[in-house]
Design a protein around this ligand. Structure first.
Ligand code: NDP
Ligand code: MG
Ligand code: MG
Length: 341
């Protein structure tokens, strides 16, 4: 059984006795910063000159400094800029200004696992990775709840890195829901595999193929949208509550029988072989290399794929249909319908 942590296992004073710099104020950055502050932690924000996020952080009353100055003040430096920018921000602005006994905190192990960041001796390296988007990390905390987190320690130079990780996780509300112990390697590899094969890549492709199959056979796109995209959430909610078994319990016998006989036809054993190939590319670093090389070249492949995805007919159908569905609410005020990112 995995190691589990809850609020009673952590001492909030470990993190509230330290000065914390949160670098980046995006999805995770704003959530960590505000939750830490509301838990009584001394937080400052580090952002680049002319950052678009500065006004948002200042509107919350947070003190915003350059990345270098925030780092100089900090006992704990929380790296929450996008994964592809972390190594440059770290090399140019964090490492030269890092206190010799500081700790580095990550929400995903990518740069440590694939050696893009190599912290110096004397510096603790830990991770608290929320298993949910940043806006939910903030919303749940504000409602007295939390999003579950993964905890890991890559380097324990002080001997206290685990206490620090648990304390940090408690301060952002993660231990209200529960924390699970892992390693940077396990978190990084399973996170990349899960998002590519099942959660993002797999689910998006499954939905698009289902939608295409129906409209190519002459059915109305609005009906295809409901059957293949909208209802997915209702099914997934049941899975979260009670596993695949509860989902099968709730649906009709007709749907359950169809699940058994057609599921393995659609997602055939070759799909599992494809997943194993995806996992190999994650483990070998081939995926990380491809992503970072493209980013370093100005992200031509990424931008072209994003554009192609936005052009899929399911998006136009969905945009019109969602206007008619008053109950489908987009809670994230930052998100602009049809925007690239
Ligand atoms: P975001 O894309 O939301 O981060 C954007 C923030 O980083 C903005 O404040 C942006 O400033 C700043 N930023 C971007 N580039 C630089 C730079 N070169 N120098 C200084 N600041 C910069 O990131 P996420 O929150 O999505 O991801 C952060 C980390 O959290 C990653 O490691 C990710 O894997 C992990 N994670 C993310 C999750 C999520 O919910 N998104 C879930 C779990 C983990 P500006 O406004 O000026 O552009
Ligand atoms: Mg991820
Ligand atoms: Mg049905």
């Amino acid at each position: 059984m995995a190691q589990m942590f809850y609020d009673d296992d952590a001492d909030l004073s470990v993190i509230s006795d330290k000065k914390v710099a949160v670098i980046g104020y995006g999805s995770q950055g704003h959530a960590h910063a505000l939750n830490l502050r509301d838990s009584g932690v001394d937080v400052r924000i580090g952002l680049a000159e002319g950052s678009k996020s500065r006004a948002k952080a200042e509107a919350e009353g947070l003190r915003v400094l350059s990345v270098a100055d925030a780092t100089k003040e900090a006992d704990v430096v929380v790296i929450l800029v996008p994964d592809q920018h972390q190594r440059t921000v770290y090399a140019e602005q964090i490492e030269p200004n890092l206190k010799s006994d500081a700790a580095l905190m990550f929400a995903h192990g990518f740069n440590i696992r694939f050696d893009y960041i190599k912290p110096p001796a004397g510096v603790d390296v830990f991770m608290v990775a929320p298993k949910g988007p940043g806006h939910l990390v903030r919303r749940e905390y504000a409602n007295g709840r939390g999003v579950p987190v993964l905890l890991a320690v890559e380097k324990d130079e002080s001997g206290n890195a685990w206490d620090l990780a648990k304390s940090y996780a408690k301060a952002i509300g993660g231990l209200r829901a529960g924390g699970i112990g892992t390693t940077f390697t396990e978190e990084t590899e399973t996170d990349l595999f899960g998002e590519q094969s099942v959660l993002c890549g797999g689910a998006s492709q499954l939905v698009m193929y289902g939608f295409e199959t129906l409209i190519e056979a002459g059915y109305q796109p609005e009906i295809a949208y409901f059957e293949c995209l909208h209802e997915l959430k209702l099914i997934v909610d049941l899975m979260i509550e009670g596993g695949i078994a509860k989902q099968r319990w709730s649906i009709s016998d007709t749907a359950e029988y169809g699940d058994y006989v057609s599921g393995p036809r659609v997602i055939s054993p070759e799909v599992k072989e494809n997943m194993q190939a995806v996992l190999k590319d994650v483990q070998s670093g081939a995926f990380a290399q491809r992503f970072i090389d493209d980013q370093d070249a100005g992200a031509p492949e990424f931008k072209a794929l994003r554009e192609k995805g936005a052009q899929h007919p399911i998006e136009a159908t969905g945009k019109e249909l969602r206007k008619l569905m008053a109950w489908v609410k987009d809670d994230d005020s930052d998100y602009v319908e049809g925007s690239a990112a």
